[in-house]
Design a protein around this ligand. Sequence first.
Ligand SMILES: *Cc1c(COP(=O)(O)O)cnc(C)c1O
Length: 484
Amino acid sequence: MSNSSVQFASGEFVPLEMHKVRVVQKLNLLPVEERVKSIEGAGCNTFLLQNKDVFLDMLTDSGTNAMSDQQVAAMSVADDAYAGSASYEKLYNTIVDILGTEYFLPVHQGRAAEHIISQAFVTKDGVVPMNFHFTTTKAHIEYAGGSIDELFTDEALKIKSNHPFKGNMDIDKLKAKIATVGKENVPYVRMEAGTNLIGGQPFSIANMREVREVCDTNDLLIVLDISLIAENIYFIKTREEEFKDADIKTIIRAMCDLADVIYFSGRKVSCTRGGGIATKSKEHYLRMRDMVPLFEGFLTYGGMSVREIEAMAVGLQEILDMNMISQSPQFIKYLVDDLDAAGIPVVTPAGGLGAHLDAKQFLPHVPQLEYSAGALAVALYIISGIRGMERGTISMDRDADGNDVASEVELLRLAMPRRVFTLSQVKYVADRVKWLYKNRDLVGGLEFYDEPKVLRFFVGRLKPNSDWTEKLVAKFREDFPEGL
Ligand SMILES: *Cc1c(COP(=O)(O)O)cnc(C)c1O
């Protein structure tokens, strides 16, 4: 137990905010009658809501984390220079110190790193095995002519589980895959820390050591995505016996030493923007280097502003603080455990990215092809002003024959940006989800009236397939005659 969770006299363990609020942003909580208008006006798509109409924005943790006072202070001393900026020097030294690599390439965000790595290493028809994909990763590998293969364990997609490392790679599947496609057709093996799309679930160092062994036997590289490393490290420290007394840097090094090329999105790990690629190998560095000035910017800024670079250097230092990296996972655990205890279908164990509600069980009467996770996102926004993200059938596009494809998992994700929400706000989330669960029979489905062919979840527009939203508003008013 980290010291940012204290035991109350009642016996309960409560996560504490180990920071205080010094700059605030005003929030609006519109009345329910206004909320139903704004979500229907937004095509029942939470991506199309105006932020001013949102009370708690739990869409994503990307670029929405709170900076520390130290980060903001560093931005004001940034050294503006096209080449050779002292700010870059600070970032470079931080990378070397924390990740233990010798070479660094700055880029404008995570997907830019994926672009460069894919162009440098992915061969035509090459197959990249990975523990789990991320949307932009898959897109860039395919853009470079390759494909991906996810080799997660059977535990990964289970809604109810108590497995400590749902992000592990299945080692037998990895060996079998290399044997079938041939190692010459495997450009590299990719490990993603804190697997984003399955909710920030971690892998263990023990698992990565096994991946390394298989790669060594077959002369293969490991590319490590550390966008969500902070939470993965927290879980290793709290769940992997060997590391329970280790300091954070030792665990980061243990992970990074097993990789050949490391990259990250600063939008997550450093609470800034930007990103970067790090490696110990001069050969790999040179293979990628010339693409930075071509696609990103000069080698000492890579498309980032120097202010962002200063804040990134400080943000990366801050992940060495257990109080900092335990905040999100502990708040998420508080929410997930509370919902789980109330019998609400939520993915367990709690991960490092957010709480994920299982729409198949939450709304069993709404067929997947009526977009139950999308409907759940709409219903939750109407009754609370909370903005989540559909991760289900709407997020899949139609197949080549134009058929809608039911997603394997049908989830509503409620992301927990780092250091942003207070515990009373988290309690509000739990309370409103419980109210909705009690009244779930009122929720119906959705249908498209404006459906883009590609990535339809971003800007597609839907409408309720009956008058269910009106009924939901009426019931809310009955239960909360005066409330918002
Ligand atoms: C967000 C993310 C990316 C892409 O980063 P961007 O900065 O959004 O381009 C890549 N990998 C993982 C694991 C991520 O979470």
